[in-house]
Design a protein around this ligand. Structure first.
Ligand code: SAM
Length: 236
């Protein structure tokens, strides 16, 4: 990582304090993740037996809420977070739940793994955060690097109408600086949004192909969370 790619102290501190304060004993997976790994739909099929023994990365895993599901499916579970403090909290929580999760500090554009290490990468509300001095294309390159050819990448990504983008400043090519985060965690931070499916395929090609794209438009009592849900494959 070069100096100009250092992360802002802001987001590291706010997310660290957020997870420290919340620190739940139990966690529950996000609905789209359950659907992406276990559901069968016209544009997305799964096979629960296919996961056993696979090595999965939960990128930007947060409190680890999706890890029990990944572990129950028989996978070797790895995760990254942006500080050692968050990693330690999540490892301890998983240990209490009987899950041996291996966590490491990493950023979307700088992951601490060798080339081709993972069979599957999950990025639940995470891979679109863009650190200063980088662009979303740097994240795509790095995620592809740590995956084996043919590996599966499952992620969510913001639709331009989602709650956190209200009043956001446009930095070009879908890179938006957050200005009014209702959770107060991400103001000043940049994320990449997508206004249509073609933009997703274009941003991830040619490193990834076989795009299966869905979307969720939720109104959680005033939090209008609008996200793309995507499954695709590492090329090669
Ligand atoms: C909205 S939370 C989602 C956490 C978790 N995936 C979940 O579903 O609960 C976004 C996570 O991305 C992490 N994050 C923020 N910026 C990041 C970056 N540049 N690289 C990697 N992770 C980042 C944050 O620490 C945070 O835990």
């Amino acid at each position: 990582m070069t100096d100009d790619k250092k992360s802002p102290a802001g987001i590291d501190g706010t997310y660290g304090a957020f997870y420290q304060k919340r620190n739940p004993a139990h966690v529950y997976p996000v609905e789209f993740v359950v659907r992406a790994f276990l559901g069968n739909y016209p544009r997305h099929k799964t096979d629960a037996a296919s996961y056993r023994g696979k090595r999965v990365l939960d990128l930007g895993c947060g409190d680890g809420r999706n890890m029990p599901l990944l572990s129950n499916l028989g996978m070797e579970v790895h995760g990254t977070e942006i500080s050692q403090e968050i990693c330690d909290l999540t490892v301890a929580r998983m240990k209490n739940l009987g899950i041996d999760a291996k966590l490491a500090v990493g950023r979307n554009h700088a992951l601490p793994y060798t080339d081709g290490f993972f069979d599957i990468v999950l990025a639940c509300h995470a891979c679109y955060y863009v650190d200063p001095g980088t662009r979303f294309s740097d994240n795509v390159r790095e995620i592809a690097r740590v995956m084996r050819p043919g590996g599966s990448f499952v992620f969510s990504a913001p639709i331009g109408t989602t709650y956190v983008l209200r009043g956001a400043r446009d930095h070009g090519d879908g890179h938006m600086e957050i200005a009014a985060d209702p959770y107060g965690l991400r103001n000043g931070y940049v994320l990449k949004k997508f206004d249509n499916e073609a933009e997703i395929a274009s941003a991830l090609s040619p490193a990834f192909g076989g795009f299966e794209i869905g979307s969720c438009r939720n109104d959680f009592w005033g939090i209008e969370e609008h996200v793309w849900t995507v499954a695709c494959r590492k090329a090669g």
